[in-house]
Design a protein around this ligand. Structure first.
Ligand code: SF4
Length: 66
């Protein structure tokens, strides 16, 4: 499964990256912090964690899909 982040919606709260740095990284986009997920398949050992984070992003910016 793969993660995507809608960066129009992401508020850069850093929750995803601090909880699961294997999948999410915060980068500056202009003056704003935004989350960038890894490209490609989410590693099996953090898939459950990533799916949990998807449900807890405060603005529902994360999608994890096949
Ligand atoms: S948890 Fe959601 S709002 Fe916060 S940085 Fe990650 S994608 Fe953005």
């Amino acid at each position: 499964m793969r993660a995507t982040v809608d960066r129009e919606v992401c508020i850069g709260c850093e929750f995803c990256a601090s909880t699961c740095p294997k999948v999410f990284t915060i980068k500056m986009v202009g003056e704003d912090e935004k989350s960038f997920p890894i490209e490609g398949e989410i590693p099996e050992d953090v898939l459950e964690l990533a799916l949990d984070i998807e449900t807890k992003c405060p603005v529902a910016a994360i999608a994890i899909e096949d």
